[in-house]
Design a protein around this ligand. Structure first.
Ligand SMILES: [Zn+2]
Ligand SMILES: [Zn+2]
Length: 367
């Protein structure tokens, strides 16, 4: 009988995580318990740990919102996104639960910005259902959240990594496609070379872009961008002046500017990125932030914004990883491997850009 789960807990902001037993809750009807196969960390985990998300008040929580799990317990029958019955022992991803009743869930068809929804990896862990973060042996899978099975050929760490970055990128390109396809002659400039930016390179390439340019840092991430098919990369530290960066984009686009900009970086990325566009270009903002200033949208272009993703984007992400393995060396993104005890070090390494994407194996790495 399982009664508790060891977890790496943020008990104080920006301090060493504590390894603690956390109770395993009773499963409400339709809920499941997952054994964590792999949990990857992303920039949002670092911002939450540093308390840069502007959320009040602080409560201890288990970080990690990109989690590949194996179903350990179920309370009643449950199906996956495609309507197939789920069984104990299956590998899955779990999308965030949404209310299904608000304006965003119903009228706007944008449940990923439901104000009543819940995000994993920052929910207090001192009250039921306790286990809503990936840095733990076990994870609670609430009812009313979409479940997607992980194909056998996708390793746990990559499946986990797709649960945030890639699904958001696919959501973004889905909305971008509503303004028209990426044409075979078009140049895409990607701002940022973290996991979101790196996945954006693969999807832009996959959707047929003529040329993909990447502006980011540090050099180890830009190298991955090149392995993923970027035609040219520019380091922010090597080129600290935004007007020089704009010139670099113009130099690669016969002086016109990029057809499509994809914002995968924070800071003042949006005003800068809009200036990279040709007149009438399109701009996709992924993941929020970016020092939004619409005054600078002076070209008659499109601005498209997305956050997070829905069940179908998790499905698309896993299909993309499974079917494009030969084309893109996705494993290059997974850098350090850590145990639960190493979770603090993994967060620090991520904060200091030493890792592209660290993975935590709370139950040990399966061969
Ligand atoms: Zn809602
Ligand atoms: Zn994330």
């Amino acid at each position: 009988m399982l009664t508790s789960s060891l977890a790496a807990v943020v008990t104080k902001p920006h301090e060493e995580l504590e390894i603690k037993p956390i109770p395993i809750p009773d499963l409400e009807p339709g809920a499941m318990l997952g054994r964590v196969e792999a949990a990857t960390l992303c920039g949002t985990d670092v911002h939450a740990w540093e308390r840069n998300l502007g959320r009040a008040p602080f409560n201890a929580y288990i970080p990690g919102h990109e989690t590949a799990m194996v179903i350990e317990q179920m309370n009643g029958p449950r199906t996956d996104l495609l309507g197939n019955p789920l069984q104990v022992g299956e590998r899955v991803l779990c999308a965030y639960p949404r209310c299904g009743k608000c304006y965003w869930c119903t009228v706007a068809s944008q449940p990923s910005i439901c104000p009543n929804g819940m995000s994993f990896g920052r929910v207090r862990c001192d009250q039921p259902p306790y286990l809503l973060g990936g840095c733990s042996e076990f994870h609670y899978l609430p009812p009313r959240s979409d479940i997607v099975k992980i194909p056998d050929e996708v390793p746990g760490a990559l499946a986990a990594a797709s649960a945030c970055a890639l699904r958001t990128v696919l959501h973004g390109f889905e909305r971008l496609a509503r303004t028209g396809p990426i044409e075979a002659h078009e140049t895409v400039v990607v701002q940022g070379s973290g996991p979101v930016g790196l996945f954006a390179v693969t999807v832009a390439r996959d959707r047929g872009a003529r040329r993909v340019l990447v502006i980011g840092d540090p050099p180890n991430r830009l190298q991955v961008a090149e392995k993923f098919g970027a035609d040219a990369t520019l380091s922010l530290t090597a080129c600290p002046d935004p007007s020089d960066r704009r010139q670099w984009v113009l130099d690669h686009t016969m002086g016109r500017g990029a057809d499509i900009g994809v914002q995968c970086a924070v800071g003042a990325a949006i005003p800068e990125g809009l200036a990279f566009l040709r007149d009438g270009g399109r701009y996709l903002s992924i993941g929020g932030g970016g020092g939004m200033n619409l005054q600078s949208l002076n070209s008659h272009g499109f601005l498209i914004t997305v956050r997070s993703g829905e069940g179908r984007h998790f499905y698309q992400a896993l299909e993309f990883l499974g079917s494009r393995r030969e084309r893109f060396p996705f494993e290059q993104m997974i850098t350090g491997q850590y145990t639960l005890e190493g979770a603090s070090e993994a967060l620090r390494a991520m904060a200091e850009y030493r890792e592209v994407k660290p993975v935590i194996y709370p139950n040990g790495k399966k061969p």
